[in-house]
Design a protein around this ligand. Structure first.
Ligand code: AMP
Length: 208
């Protein structure tokens, strides 16, 4: 089963994708995480991320495909978090899945207001040692994480957040409209508590 989790930055995609993948035994595909790793060795990718711009579709897909190739055979399901973000990325994914006799089965959209997104992203912190993402308000780190290791991601600063949101509106909203037309999109209120959203997603997945 191949599941997409879509929503603006800070909507909780990563948190839900992690919880669902653990519960269902699926592979959690984290696009941002993969690109951040590649960026540590590739200056061009690093610049896109720093500026809050999307890595161009073909280039991003070339990177993602290498990871997916390894997972598609061995995983009973994949949860896509942060990819696809554009119609063109969706088409690349759909074609690639079809070659592997698979398809996108279902997509979830976490709907969160812009005001809430800015509030959440300003409170988001990354553990610089592990790369794990926390939120001082909704998902605080445990005692094992040292305060001095928690940093704010450069691209979570207000000017870049605005750019990322613009990019989301321009590129990802049309993708949502397309998935809605295909009748594979479930809209969820992303402002509900984390466990409520998780239970709702699991309930929907278990009826399929
Ligand atoms: P995220 O952690 O998901 O917010 O992603 C961080 C950054 O990685 C984004 O602002 C983009 O620069 C890049 N990125 C993540 N996912 C994609 C994608 N599917 N396509 C292109 N660029 C991406």
């Amino acid at each position: 089963m191949n599941i997409l989790i879509l929503g603006p930055q800070g909507s909780g995609k990563g948190t839900q994708a992690k919880a669902i993948s653990q519960e269902m035994g699926f592979f959690h595909f984290e696009a941002g995480e993969i690109l951040r790793k590649v960026a540590s060795k590739d200056r061009k990718i690093k610049e896109y991320i720093k500026k809050g711009k999307l890595v161009p579709d073909e280039e991003a897909f070339r990177i993602f495909e290498k990871f997916l190739r390894r997972q598609i055979k061995r995983s009973k399901g994949i949860i896509f978090d942060g990819f696809p973000r554009t119609i063109s990325q969706y088409q690349l994914l759909e074609e690639w899945l079809a070659k592997n006799d698979k398809k996108v089965d279902i997509a979830f959209f976490l709907d969160v207001s812009e005001k809430e997104i800015i509030r959440r992203l300003s409170a988001r912190r990354m553990d610089k040692k592990t790369g794990r993402i926390y939120n001082l308000i909704t998902n605080p780190p445990g005692k094992e994480v040292k305060k001095e290791d928690l940093v704010q991601r450069e691209d979570d600063k207000p000017a870049i957040i605005r750019k990322r949101l613009e990019s989301y509106k321009r590129h990802t909203l049309p993708l949502l409209a397309m998935l809605e037309k295909k009748k594979i999109l479930w809209k969820l209120n992303g402002e509900k508590p984390i466990h409520t959203i998780r239970d709702e997603i699991l309930r929907i997945l278990k009826t399929r």
